[in-house]
Design a protein. Structure first.
Length: 247
């Protein structure tokens, strides 16, 4: 799948998640919209997603939208997702992200051929539950593995599940990937092995795999499997901006 088609499908996804009729500008730059119900960010936050050279921003109020739109007009599409730049021009109180957004089509997939031994397991599998507990709440939440709608693709060492991956079905036929490796087994390329199985399953189902990464190791796994980095996502909570009356 060519990068331009990946861009189109990724933009369709995030435009739908915006929760308000809006599109990425074909000419690039930032498009700001008032969308209190946006799924780009937590409630009352401002969500920012860049796909290619176009940026979509959802604000919780007219006042916030005006403030962000005024700032975005003076920034490039890369600066709009730069936390330091945003802090310099907006009253930013908190930030979630940024996270890099990667996408993959059939033609670009580089499967991990050493994936022999990966098995499909139900969500209630005891070994999988033990892996989630071992990783801890923070890493489990970051991985999103508890929320997958696909089977879990697990790699075992004896009775222990040491790595697992799966995906959650998102709008626009997108498969949002989740991967988790036991802390004592990292650095052994296990993430790409289980992730490869999950990606193959998603592609066979006609879905568009999406990989969201904040850490360097996660980015390396995505690139090793052939994912293309096409964008950035972050959320900011602004101070001194009142919400619209009636909310």
């Amino acid at each position: 799948m060519a990068d331009d088609l990946l861009l189109v499908r990724a933009r369709e996804l995030w435009a739908e998640l915006a929760g308000s009729p809006v599109e990425f500008r074909p000419s690039g730059g930032a498009q700001v919209v008032v969308a209190p119900g946006s799924r780009l960010c937590p409630p009352s936050w401002t969500g920012i997603v860049r796909i290619g050279d176009a940026v979509l921003v959802t604000a919780p109020s007219v006042q916030a939208a005006g403030l962000v739109d005024d700032a975005a007009r003076r920034m490039t599409h890369e600066e709009v997702v730069d936390v330091a730049r945003l802090r310099a021009v907006l009253p930013v109180l908190d930030v979630l992200g940024p996270a890099s957004l990667f996408y993959l089509g059939h033609d670009g997939f580089l499967p991990a051929h050493e994936g022999i031994g990966v098995e499909q397991s139900p969500s209630g599998d005891g070994g999988l539950v033990a892996l989630l507990a071992l990783a801890g709440e923070e890493e489990t939440d970051e991985s999103g593995l508890e929320d997958i709608s696909s089977p879990a693709f697990c790699l075992r060492r004896g009775d222990e599940v040491v790595a697992a991956a799966g995906y959650r079905s998102w709008p626009q036929s997108v498969a949002h990937l989740s991967v988790l490796v036991a802390p004592h087994c990292r650095g052994r390329r296990l993430a790409r092995v289980v992730a490869s199985a999950a990606v193959a399953h998603a592609l066979d189902a006609g879905l568009l795999p999406q990989w969201r990464a904040r850490s360097c190791p996660s980015r390396r796994v995505a690139v090793a499997l052939g994912f293309r980095e096409l964008g950035t996502q972050l959320s900011v909570r602004l101070g001194d901006v009142p919400l619209d009356e009636g909310r």
